[in-house]
Design a protein around this ligand. Structure first.
Ligand code: NAD
Length: 258
């Protein structure tokens, strides 16, 4: 079998970086995207030094011209895209009555519209469709299934990712391409730290108090790890998951139960 190629967004940190590690260890060539070339280099060059086939390109996933250039770069480097992991994302919220337009627009653009742009670019080129095998994995959130207080743009964006996932899954269901969402709960990453800081500021409490409250909501009693989420992404991206499509799979220590 020819070496499969994965494109992972948000590859410089957290869940995206863990996914690059997992897919690379499983034998795939991996191309990473994130905004900062320096951060991509810092994160990924140690894996290249260890023998992994990894490329990267600094890309803002909210910009269609950069998305176009990214897909060109992956095809130039590796010749194909078998697995697309739409993982790049950001937090953002506040009281709805005081939410700036710009924050709403940026959260929706980063978390939802980017998934549309990259999915359109990859499927529109017919390269994946033409080979009759593909995996699209969108990293949503348990906040895509339930409300989270003071996180309306984030919740709206992640609910939107689930709708997009389910619609596109049906569109390509007979083509050998699956489309799924993975829904993390609380995962210890730099984003999770920023989220706790935001709530601590908003509520006038310490970050430790916010952490204790969040952990207290998780039946398992702890945050999930980035690698636990990456393991689900690896499974969904595998041959074994051929009949799993249009799904939204939680990795959350029991936090979300539907
Ligand atoms: P992180 O902050 O550690 O990593 C986010 C990555 O996305 C970084 O590489 C960053 O550069 C990239 N990114 C952000 N905006 C971008 C843009 N405009 N263009 C290109 N890249 C961009 O966060 P994480 O926790 O690993 O989050 C990854 C995904 O998981 C996100 O979609 C997030 O919403 C989701 N998620 C995280 C948690 C959690 O608790 N950490 C929970 C549920 C869902």
């Amino acid at each position: 079998m020819e070496t499969r190629v994965a494109l992972v967004t948000g590859a410089s940190s957290g869940i995206g970086l863990a996914t690059v590690r997992r897919l690379s260890a499983a034998g795939l060539s991996v191309f990473g995207a994130a905004r900062s070339d320096d951060r991509l280099r810092d994160a990924l060059s140690p894996l290249v030094a260890g023998g992994a086939r990894i490329g990267w390109k600094a890309t803002d996933v909210t910009k269609t011209d950069e998305i176009h250039d990214l897909v060109d770069a992956v095809l130039d480097r590796f010749g194909r895209i078998d697995v697309l992991v739409n993982n790049a994302g950001r937090s953002g919220g506040g009281e709805i009555g005081a939410l700036p337009d710009q924050l709403w627009d940026e959260v929706l653009a980063t978390n939802l519209t980017s998934v549309f742009y990259l999915t359109r670019e990859v499927l529109g080129r017919k390269e994946m469709v033409g080979r009759g095998w593909g995996r699209i994995v969108n990293v949503a959130s348990t906040a895509g299934k339930q409300g989270v207080v003071f996180a309306s743009p984030y919740c709206a964006s992640k609910h939107g990712v689930l709708g997009l996932t389910r619609a596109v899954a049906l569109e390509v269901v007979r083509s050998g391409i699956t489309v799924n969402a993975v829904c993390p709960g609380y995962v210890e990453t730099p984003l999770a730290v920023r989220v706790r800081q935001g709530y601590a500021d908003h509520w006038g409490r310490s970050e430790q108090e916010v952490l204790d409250e969040f952990v207290g909501k998780v039946p398992l009693g702890r945050y999930s790890t980035a690698d636990e989420v990456a393991s689900m992404i690896e499974y969904v991206a595998s041959d074994a998951a051929a009949s799993v499509t249009g799904q939204a799979l939680n990795v959350c220590g029991g936090l979300g139960r539907y």
